[in-house]
Design a protein around this ligand. Structure first.
Ligand SMILES: [Zn+2]
Ligand SMILES: [Zn+2]
Length: 642
């Protein structure tokens, strides 16, 4: 019998008969325990099912539980199982669209006349349980596109037919488990018995192919894990995340709102949110002045020509708001601040001596996003970037990147984010600028990261077309990742706007331009802050730091006096002198997550003191109002790091 050579991960080679399955190879090569943890395999860099037959020399790597790939495979398989369950319960009038694995689980889109309800979830989960118990194998079959189309036409599954109509290959793979068949590339776990730790999570509407002109489908989200313990932890986190949802807290704490009459994706900062924004902006500006930045203000609109020169109309046009005519000239809202800063650069001749130039702006930009993707403060149509542009010489690049990283991490830490992932993205396939410039800039970014002692992941080819970049994703208290800071080198705009400086040699040179945003956008960062702290902000950021509460009307005058004294000292303090029970007033202050509750009864009036209860229920010893001011100030300074 003909034989083939299979080489495995550590370089070992073994001979097997032609047509051996991956599972059979692994049975010979792996210990029992390792084999049980193997979900699928990578054969010559292609992910395949364990049941696949090998017909030529191959390189084989097992994919084991615990890897991200294995989790994707499980969730993908779970999506099939969920679709099978839905069809078995609700019948063939339900049409199935697509069902991919996503970051935390998977979803499947269905078309059905009646909306699904939470009660349906229980039924679907019970049915999934039956399918899991039956341990049905996932059977793969390669067929021609025409045959696949016939199959789905017979099943009355038009979405699959539509997908097939656009396929360019000649053959496709179908996967069948039980009586359910799906169009899928695979791979999957060997049988449905693997989908044990499974849970439906939520329901949402989703347009077919994400296009608002298409029909709205019902999307059921679910998740699956290999280990039930992981599922439990995930569901716990999910509950926690719901409690922390910034849209819910934003309303309860009266921080911000989004109103239909104003427009989707446009944020109204209410007094308490606006107070926090002022504190964030003041802190941000102060730190930037300290680090040698100058601040700019630029308009919200500019002539269309500017966006032509910058290239935004060509490369970013569909994200821009439509033009408006003023005195027969076309203007457009800005999607970015950079061209304005470049115009300020061009107001005079620049010399190498004034470099580096560091210009920062809290610049409000407008970008078109489809209504379907808008989400609270996280995805909006108008937002303020904490933007800056640095113009420098090539030999200053590394130092400037180092300084930015320094400021960046310092600011993130002050806001409570000390855990992050850093990515360095290098030259993509399509790019502008010379290879030499790209190499030098990429090297400078690397060196700066290394000097700062920061671990990073390389994202080869993921840079923007105009230069390499560093991205920082922060992790919140629930371990969720948020894209936040970005530092980008740009070889494009200096060229397009033909900006120069006079070098030491007396000749004109093109400066290096760096774009960077540390918080990203104030709106989004605010959303992350709300969820990270669950609305219980540190004292220096809290919109209201203290509330004065009297026990009875007897202490009214003294309470008013204390309130005035604290306000005069610059504290953000409110008073609750309503004729209500003390416990009721305290409960309300706790719901508002006010850090200090300043309680005044007869004893306090007599002693000229106050009693302080913290929002976590602890009490501070009685103190004078002046002592309270000092306590709060000290805690704020420590929080802000000044
Ligand atoms: Zn699949
Ligand atoms: Zn920029």
């Amino acid at each position: 019998m003909a034989e083939i050579t299979i080489s495995i991960t550590d370089g070992e080679e073994r001979r097997f008969p032609v047509g051996v399955t991956v599972a059979e190879v692994l049975a010979e090569l792996l210990s029992g325990k390792a084999r049980k943890r193997t979900v699928a395999a990578r054969v010559n860099d292609v992910l395949v099912d364990l049941g696949v037959r090998l017909n030529g020399d191959s390189r084989l790597e097992p994919v084991s539980m615990g890897s991200d790939e294995a989790l994707v495979i499980l969730r993908h398989s779970a999506a099939h199982v969920m679709a099978q369950a839905v069809l078995e319960i609700f019948g063939p009038e339900v049409k199935v669209a697509i069902g991919p694995a996503i970051a935390d689980g998977f979803y499947y889109d269905f078309e059905r006349g009646t909306p699904f309800t939470p009660d349906d979830f229980e039924r679907i989960e019970a049915k999934v349980g039956e399918i899991v118990a039956a341990a049905l194998p996932f059977e793969r079959k390669e067929v021609s596109v025409a045959e696949a189309m016939r199959t789905f036409e017979e099943l009355g599954q038009g979405y699959k037919v539509e997908l097939l109509q656009e396929m360019e290959h000649e053959t496709v793979s179908l996967y069948r488990q039980g009586n359910f068949v799906d169009l899928c590339r695979g791979p999957h776990v060997p049988n449905t018995g693997w989908v044990k730790a499974f849970k439906l999570v939520k329901l949402a509407g989703a347009y077919w192919r994400g296009d608002e002109k298409n029909i709205m489908l019902q999307r059921i989200y679910g998740t699956a894990f290999y280990d039930p313990k992981d599922l439990k932890a995930y569901l716990h986190n999910l509950e926690e995340a719901k409690k922390r949802d910034h849209r819910k807290l934003g309303k309860e704490l009266e921080l911000f709102s989004i109103q239909d009459q104003v427009g989707p994706g446009l944020i109204l900062w209410q007094p308490k949110g606006a107070q926090m924004r002022r504190l964030i902006e003041d802190y941000w500006k102060e730190e930037h002045y300290r680090k040698g930045y100058e601040l700019l203000y630029t308009p919200h609109i500019a002539r269309r020509e500017l966006w032509q020169t910058s290239g935004h109309l060509d490369f970013y046009g569909e994200n821009m708001f439509s033009p408006m005519e003023i005195d027969e000239v076309s203007y457009q809202l800005k999607p970015m601040n950079c061209p304005f800063h470049i115009n300020i650069y061009k107001t005079k001749m620049r010399s190498y001596r004034e470099f580096p130039i560091r210009w920062a702006e809290l610049g409000t930009v407008y970008r078109y996003e489809r209504t379907g993707v808008l989400h609270g403060l996280m995805r909006v149509r108008g937002f303020t970037q904490d933007d800056a542009h640095i113009f420098c010489r090539p030999d200053q690049l590394e130092g400037e990147i180092f300084n930015i990283l320094d400021l960046n991490l310092h600011i993130l830490k002050t806001f409570g984010f000390a855990d992050y992932d850093i990515y360095l993205s290098t030259r993509p396939e399509k790019y502008v600028g010379s290879d030499q410039h790209w190499e030098q800039a990429t090297e400078a970014l690397k060196l700066a990261l290394e000097k700062k002692g920061l671990a990073y992941e390389l994202d080869p080819g993921e840079g923007v077309f105009y230069g390499p970049k560093i991205d920082i994703k922060i992790k919140d208290v629930l371990g969720r990742s948020w894209q936040c800071s970005t530092i980008q080198v740009d070889f494009n705009l200096p060229e397009r706007f033909e900006i120069t400086y006079v070098g030491e040699d007396g000749k004109d040179h093109q400066p290096i331009m760096i774009h960077r945003a540390l918080m990203g956008s104030l709106e989004r960062f605010f959303g992350v802050l709300i969820e990270h702290y669950a609305g219980a902000f540190p004292l220096w950021l809290a919109p209201i730091q203290a509330v004065i509460v009297n026990i009875t009307d007897n202490q009214h005058d003294y309470a008013v006096k204390v309130h005035e004294e604290l306000r005069a000292a610059g504290l953000r303090v409110e008073k609750d002198l309503r004729n209500e029970k003390l416990n009721y007033k305290i409960r309300e202050a706790q719901l508002q997550k006010i850090p200090y509750m300043v309680i005044i009864g007869d004893k306090e009036v007599e002693a000229g003191q106050v009693t302080v209860r913290l929002r976590d229920g602890k009490n501070l010893p009685a103190m004078t109002p002046a002592e309270l001011v000092a306590t709060i100030r000290a805690e704020c300074e420590a929080g802000r790091g000044w």
